[in-house]
Design a binder for this molecule. Structure first.
Ligand code: FES
Length: 166
């Protein structure tokens, strides 16, 4: 199971080991960033200096690479990514309401993760199954013809407390 760092300082020794594992690679930066993300679930900001020093780069250069690739993250992400489609077909069939309800159930805004790191909420332009609009995707699973009842069925057991915990 994927290890996700949820609190405290990241293990910088482990990050140094990952750097060493890739020291001989011809183009090591991306593989190191991917390996760190694989291990921690994201790239801890504290790791950037270590990685930059190891390869003779400025931290801003490493940060620039992370920012360039949409698949690299410097904040923890949920174990399950919820993507609500905001494409035209989904929009005209109530996608906006679905997004609002998912936000309410999870207690997060777009781009945020639940405090227990179970879910991260995102939106996507179109997932290519417009005939089933409105759609949402949870992990690798698409849920079509969404309506408020289905949203409740999918997320209803989550009781979001006043402090945002589920
Ligand atoms: S617009 Fe939502 S799947 Fe195409």
């Amino acid at each position: 199971m994927e290890k996700i760092e949820t609190a405290g300082k990241p293990d910088l020794e482990r990050i140094a080991e990952i750097v060493e594992d890739h020291r001989e690679d011809k183009w090591p930066l991306i593989p190191v960033l991917q390996a760190v993300q694989q291990e921690f679930g994201y790239i801890p900001p504290e790791a950037i200096g270590t990685i930059a020093r190891a390869f003779g780069l400025f931290p801003a250069e490493v940060q620039g690479v992370i920012s360039f690739y949409e698949q690299l993250y410097t904040v923890p992400r949920g174990r399950r990514i919820v993507r609500v489609c905001r494409g035209t077909a989904c929009h005209v069939r109530g996608g906006k309401t679905i997004l609002k309800l998912v936000k309410q159930h999870l207690g997060v805004e777009e781009g945020e993760s639940t405090p227990d790191l179970e879910y991260t909420l995102e939106t996507v332009a179109c997932i290519g199954v417009c005939a089933l609009a409105p759609n949402i995707v949870i992990g690798a699973e698409t849920h079509g013809n969404m309506n408020p009842k289905k949203v409740t069925k999918l997320f209803g057991e989550r009781k979001v407390g006043p402090d945002g915990t589920g």
